[in-house]
Every structure is written in C-alpha cells, then in structure tokens.
Design a protein around this ligand. Structure first.
Ligand SMILES: NC(=O)c1ccc[n+]([C@@H]2O[C@H](COP(=O)([O-])OP(=O)(O)OC[C@H]3O[C@@H](n4cnc5c(N)ncnc54)[C@H](O)[C@@H]3O)[C@@H](O)[C@H]2O)c1
Length: 271
C-alpha cells in the first residue's frame, strides 16, 4: 500500500523542497521507510546514495526511480553491510544530508535473547549511525550546512516488552542525535530524530508471528491487541508519511529545529 491508497484527506501533500546540488545518503534504502525517503529526497532534486546490504532491493529501488522518469534527482545504489563500520564511515564522506534509517528487529524475552543478535542490532542501529555521522561531518562543517535525520521510533521514547535490543538502540540513537545537534549547531548542521509508531513495512509484517507467539494470541489479533493497542489513531502509518517528515527536517523552514524528536505516533505517547 502506498500513500495514494490513503483516503484523499489523509494523503500527504509534498512540501516544496529544493535539494538540487545536494547529496543525500539514506541507509536501509532497500526497505520500506528508507526506500520512501530515497525517492522523496530524489524528488526534491538530491543525488541520493542509497545504502543497504540488500543488493536486489536496491536494484529494485533504482528501477523504480528510473520508471518514475521525472525525478529531478538521482538514486544510486551502494551495497554496504553496515556491520562493517569502517565501510559505513567511508560511505558517508561528502554527504550533505544523512538519513540514518537501517534497522532490524527481534522480538524475544531478555532471558532468551541471543547476545550475538543484541550485538548486531546495536551495531547497525547505533554504532553505524555514529560512524556515518562521523564520516559526514567534516564536509558538512566545511561548507557550513548539513542535515542529519535519525529514524528513531516511539521505542526511542518508550519501551515495549520483548524488544530489549531495539529499545536500547533507539534510546541510544536519541542521545547520539542530541549530541550531534549540540556539536553541529555552530557549523550550520542540524540533527533530529523522527519517531514513528508502527509503519506498514516488511519490518512490521515480519514481527507479527513472533508477537503472536510472545503474547500467546493468534496472529490476526496482533494488530488490534498489540501494535495498535496504545494508538488513539487506529491505523498503521505509511512510509511516505515518514519520508515527508524527513523532508520537512531538511527544509529551510526547520533550520532552527535541532536536537529534537518529531513524533509521528497517532497520539501513542500522549498517554
Ligand atoms: N516499520 C515500523 O513500524 C517502524 C516504526 C518505527 C521506526 N522504524 C524504523 O525505521 C527504520 C526502517 O524500518 P523499516 O520498517 O523500513 O524496515 P525494513 O526492514 O523494511 O528496512 C530496513 C532496511 O535496513 C536494511 N539493513 C538491515 N541491516 C543492515 C545492515 N547490516 N547493513 C545495511 N542495511 C541493513 C535492510 O536490508 C532493510 O532494507 C528502522 O530503523 C526502524 O527501526 C520502523
């Protein structure tokens, strides 16, 4: 489902944004939110470096960008496994916009959570963003402009049972983002998080079976009884809505917005 299948009144109208001449690096670009971000930033004119370990997914994204035909920018696939932290840092050199988005999830009680998976989640979702920011900052500082957008989550602000690694990584990402904001302010570099609740992507679809097992309920009850249980707005978010929030944080309207978290959670954290 794309945003075009949202009811007309809910479809996001793209904000006017000109990233012509800018390079934007998006991690996890083969997946749901990353793909939407790559296409959105290319639609704003950016030369997008689409980073992911999934070569086939990146090739599909590049074909989608070509089919779109009228994109003012470009989308170039870069196959990188972000657990290779040196490669991650190198990939970010020269980027004007950095979207730290790649992620993974495992739903398991702490006492059954494999330590090696905990380590991988923290590496991809916290240490790689640190290395990517580290790789991007010299160019951003030299030109006095840069935009860092970290795709965090409601789980950067709230915990849920059985998601120890994910919640720990996202809480860490919030701290990293704020620190980058403090250090970047004098150099024209902003750093912010976007914090979606559940988005209609493979990452969510893949955890439905695990959540059913962890909570002891059938899969068809997971959406209403687990995923949307705390959401006053009773629907999943669409990837294009998250991409629009990312675009907003790259716009001139938000040059004073830094060190903050833009929450798209249908009211979840208002509880
Ligand atoms: N889907 C949601 O409900 C939701 C909600 C809040 C936040 N988020 C966050 O949004 C981001 C994107 O999630 P999504 O739902 O689009 O997931 P997704 O699974 O569709 O995409 C994630 C992408 O990250 C890539 N990736 C994972 N490990 C990698 C590695 N080692 N090296 C390179 N790439 C790697 C995957 O290949 C995939 O393309 C994640 O950080 C996630 O935590 C998602």
């Amino acid at each position: 489902m794309t945003s075009s299948s949202l009811p007309p009144g809910l479809r996001p109208q793209p904000l006017a944004l000109d990233l012509g001449g800018r390079t934007a690096l998006v991690t996890g670009a083969a997946g749901g939110i990353g793909r939407a971000c790559a296409l959105r930033l290319a639609a704003a004119g950016a030369q997008v470096r689409a980073v992911d370990q999934d070569a086939a997914g990146l090739a599909a994204l590049a074909r989608q960008a070509e089919r779109a035909g009228d994109l003012p920018g470009t989308v170039a696939p870069h196959v990188v496994d972000l657990t290779d932290l040196d490669a991650a840092e190198r990939a970010a050199a020269g980027a004007d916009v950095l979207v730290n988005n790649a992620g993974l999830q495992l739903v398991r009680p702490i006492e059954e959570f494999p330590p090696e998976v905990f380590h991988t989640v923290l590496t991809v979702m916290l240490e790689a963003p640190f290395r990517l920011i580290r790789g991007a900052l010299p160019h951003m500082y030299a030109q006095g402009w840069g935009r860092i957008v970290n795709v965090s989550s409601v789980h950067g602000l709230r915990a849920s049972a059985f998601k120890s690694a994910y919640v720990a990584a996202k809480h860490g990402l919030e701290g990293l983002s704020k620190t980058a904001a403090l250090e970047g302010a004098a150099h024209g570099v902003t750093s912010n998080c976007v914090n979606p609740a559940y988005v209609r992507t493979p990452l969510v679809e893949k955890q439905i079976a695990d959540l059913a097992q962890a909570h002891g309920i059938p899969e068809e009850r997971v959406l209403s009884e687990v995923l949307l249980k705390d959401s006053p707005v009773q629907r999943l978010l669409e990837p294009e809505e998250v991409a629009e929030a990312v675009a907003y944080l790259c716009s001139p309207q938000t040059s004073f917005v830094t060190g903050t978290s833009l929450v798209l959670d249908g009211g979840w954290t208002a509880h």
